[in-house]
Design a protein. Structure first.
Length: 258
């Protein structure tokens, strides 16, 4: 349960940068949900960041092979492959070992019509099994900002859209960025506000924390949006939120029409 948001914009030099935001909500079995001063993003190298929505204990394992001078394309492929391998290992341990089977046996099952409910259930379990975990990978390729969404089964290239959000508040965040008509050609200042607004609006979703980390990723490195600047964004957000509610023109709405 979390929110991870990323959007592309352009700085004063017309150079692309990526603004991203995460919350601090942590979910643990039995204990429940609580906010902690932990970073929900991981720096792979100077200009590549990974964010995770799903099983947080997998994070280090998933990205570990990407730290040794990998290109952006190599990173995304290694992450997807690692997630796929974890899925296969879990299916083996959770299901196939119970029946003393291997994937070779499963392939043999598929060569003929399924004859019994046990075989049907095995195939159904495998086909529906998922890690329920997403990685949002951001970085640069040929001086262009990249946003990629990765699961164990696919890599989604998001650059053309220019923004993405994952986690339990992802729908609210995406709707906000669509409402803002965000474009990767937006100025960096506009992009920062759009991402902040998306994060604030996502807080209505279950499992999204109120504490926020906001950063700017450039090809030259990472910059944190400090607390003073976040307060400016918060003031703008509150002004926008209350503008319609307190607008003097609203009095004209309730006037009787004769």
């Amino acid at each position: 349960m979390t929110i991870c948001i990323a959007a592309i914009g352009k700085d004063e030099n017309d150079t692309e940068a990526i603004v991203f935001a995460t919350d601090h909500m942590v979910s643990l079995p039995i204990i429940g949900q609580f906010e902690m001063p932990v970073e929900k993003y991981k720096k792979i190298n100077d200009n590549a960041i990974a964010m995770l929505a799903g099983e947080s204990l997998l994070f280090n394992d998933i990205i570990d092979q990407c730290r040794n001078n990998c290109s952006f394309d190599q990173m995304k492929e290694k992450i997807r492959q690692k997630m796929f391998n974890i899925r296969e290992e879990r299916i083996q341990k959770q299901l196939l070992d119970t029946y003393k089977m291997t994937y070779v046996n499963v392939m043999d099952l598929l060569k003929n019509p399924l004859q019994n409910p046990y075989a049907t259930n095995i195939i159904k379990f495998i086909s529906e099994y998922t890690l329920s975990t997403l990685i949002l990978l951001i970085g640069f390729r040929n001086n262009q900002a990249q946003i990629v969404e990765i699961t164990e089964n696919k890599i989604g290239e998001i650059r053309d859209i220019g923004f993405d959000a994952i986690g339990s508040g992802g729908l609210q965040a995406m709707n906000t960025l669509l409402f803002q008509k965000h474009s990767k050609n937006n100025e960096l200042s506009t992009t920062i506000y759009n991402v902040y607004k998306a994060k604030r609006n996502a807080e209505v979703a279950a499992g999204v924390g109120k504490e926020t980390d906001m950063m700017i990723l450039r090809e030259s490195g990472l910059e944190k949006i400090d607390e003073d600047r976040v307060k400016i964004l918060a003031n703008i957000y509150e002004e926008e939120l209350n503008y319609g509610k307190s607008n003097e023109k609203l009095k004209n709405v309730i006037k009787k029409v004769i």
